[in-house]
Design a protein around this ligand. Structure first.
Ligand SMILES: Cc1ncc(COP(=O)(O)O)c(C=O)c1O
Length: 397
């Protein structure tokens, strides 16, 4: 079994990835690729990003042992606390890194897509910090259902464009942002929100999110004295998961698990589990697994958590699934809601509904996890943003 992700061609992870874009998008993508190899590894970039992550965002985030849940489950459950970061989720690691890259590339304007609003808020935050202009593309349907995040972005100084095409959701927002970029290349950088899209975005986003797993690995070794037996993360487009799992890939004794959103569990396209239930195809410039009809039309995805609601998944994850190094499983809406409530009650930590999918896998598989194991879950974000939505389904009494 091939356990190491390899990139035989730049931008490819096995058979997945690539850069399937119109000719007019090649120049800005090549410019970002050049910045990835020249600016990203430079000492100036590394030092400035590290300082910002520490002093502006609150890194390193701690790992927390969930003592109460661990006692119930019979093994040790640790959380990597990305929920404690500035703006409340891991998205800021990537948005701040890409905005800094844009500034060093001489750009004055950042654009971004957003679904639930988390990446839009993170990009608007980074733009405010650097004094850059920011435009966020958001499906008109999402603008309506995520009103508080739209207000946050506007307060931070961003312009929010409601995208009226297609299904008026995230995939249409990405299409519109790519279209805008074609005609505004000189001053604009597209800050892509997840580990998907055309090369070099899957690699760039992974490099900026790897801080999660690198820190967590070090913290387990120094604090607990050993590596975890399992590392678990939720998978939407795949950025928090690749950031968490990648630094553990060569630790063959560590089981790596990615958890996709299965929606309600009813048959049809109404889920967001592109690895488990999708088929290969091209979306947003990359070959990956997609939820699509037999004719190749993209299905509308669905999940209780807006951040996992994407009909594709980052190409590196599809490759890691094929090599067998990472197990990709599914958690359903009701399991995520149960985990949301259980962590809140047992530990006093309200998780994002996205992260609740990772926890849900652990709770469901608890009987098959050996006693005294150590399980590390990436708590990718905090759940304050989800409260109103979750309370439609949860009875608090
Ligand atoms: C808290 C949180 N976790 C996870 C995700 C899923 O994105 P990704 O798969 O890129 O980590 C999101 C997306 O908005 C999110 O807000």
């Amino acid at each position: 079994m091939d356990t190491i992700p390899h990139t035989s061609r730049p931008g490819y992870f096995g058979e997945f990835g690539g850069r399937f874009v119109p000719e007019t998008l090649m120049p800005p993508l090549l410019e970002v690729e050049e910045a990835l190899t020249s600016i990203l590894p430079s000492e100036a970039f590394r030092n400035e990003l590290q300082e910002l992550l520490a002093e502006y965002c609150g890194r390193p985030t701690p790992i927390t042992l969930c003592k109460n849940l661990s006692a119930e489950l019979g093994f040790e459950l640790f959380l990597k606390r990305e929920d404690l970061l500035h703006t409340g989720a891991h998205k800021i690691n990537n948005a701040l890194g890409q905005a800094l890259l844009a500034r060093m590339m001489g750009k004055s304007h950042v654009i971004a897509e957003t679904g639930a609003g988390q990446h839009g808020v993170a990009t608007a935050t980074a733009a405010a910090k650097f004094g850059m202009r920011c435009t966020v593309f958001m499906g008109a349907k999402d603008v309506e259902r995520q009103a508080p995040n739209v207000q946050r972005m506007k307060l931070l100084g961003a312009q929010v464009v409601a995208v009226q095409s297609g299904s008026c959701t995230l995939k249409d927002a990405i299409n519109e942002a790519l279209r805008y970029w074609i005609s505004h290349q000189a001053d604009t950088m597209y800050v892509f929100g997840t580990a998907a899209g055309p090369h070099p975005f899957p690699t760039l986003v992974r490099e900026l999110q790897k801080v999660i797993g690198t820190e967590a690995r070090e913290q387990m070794l120094t604090r607990v004295g050993t590596l975890p037996d399992y590392v678990v993360a939720c998978v939407g487009g795949g950025s928090n998961a690749i950031g968490m799992l990648h630094p553990f890939i060569h630790d063959k004794q560590v089981r790596l698990v990615g958890v996709e959103a299965g929606g309600t569990g009813e048959p049809g396209c109404e889920n967001s589990a592109a690895i488990n239930l999708g088929t290969p195809g091209v979306l947003h410039g990359a070959r990956m697994n997609l939820l699509q009809t037999p004719d190749g039309q993209i299905c509308e995805s669905s999940s209780i958590s807006a951040g996992l609601d994407y009909p594709g998944v980052g190409p590196e994850h599809v490759h890691l699934h094929h090599t067998g190094r990472v197990l990709y499983s599914i958690a359903y809406d009701h399991e995520a809601l149960d985990a949301f409530r259980r962590l809140s009650r047992a530990e006093g930590i309200i998780p994002a509904l996205e992260s609740s999918h990772a926890l849900a896998w652990v709770l469901r598989e608890a009987n098959s996890i050996k006693p005294d194991s150590r399980v590390l879950v990436n708590l990718s974000g905090r759940g304050d943003k989800d409260l109103a939505h979750a309370l439609h389904y949860i009875d608090l009494d």
